[in-house]
Design a protein around this ligand. Sequence first.
Ligand SMILES: [Zn+2]
Length: 169
Amino acid sequence: MQVLDRIFKELAGIDPSRLSEPVLVGVTLKPNQTAIGELPAELRPFMLLKLDYEARITLIEETAEAEIAAIDSREQADKRAKELANEHAVLATIYDAIGKLFWAEVRLTIPAATGQPCIGIAENWQVYSEDKELCPHCGIKHPSMLLDLADLPPGPSSPLEALDALLRP
Ligand SMILES: [Zn+2]
């Protein structure tokens, strides 16, 4: 069981001092998001591992091209490109598994999150639920959100113009 073994091992390797450090600083709740609890201490290493994987994957994506371009030998460059592509694929596969397990744990650990279609984590380890029906900027349901843009009559070039035409008396 390569994936689970690796996840358990890496969870055990998370530095406990990080559990009380601020994370996701600046990720505040939007008007359509509601705080439903705090991420329990037992799940914090899981989230930190998920963030670590995100950082590792992003690092490869951002540096691979320059690293390979700096290699003089064509053969060595090809070899390194294959290594990086493989490393990226492995990380992405495990990251996907971590994400699924993490959200499943959050959903079952925090009663208010069970059955919520959309949940997330904001700063200070806040768990939130998100209402996709509400405007993320205002937290209300705008008249325009009640309409299916596909139903609008053809004519104006952009959906916004079409909407404007429809709402105008
Ligand atoms: Zn709005």
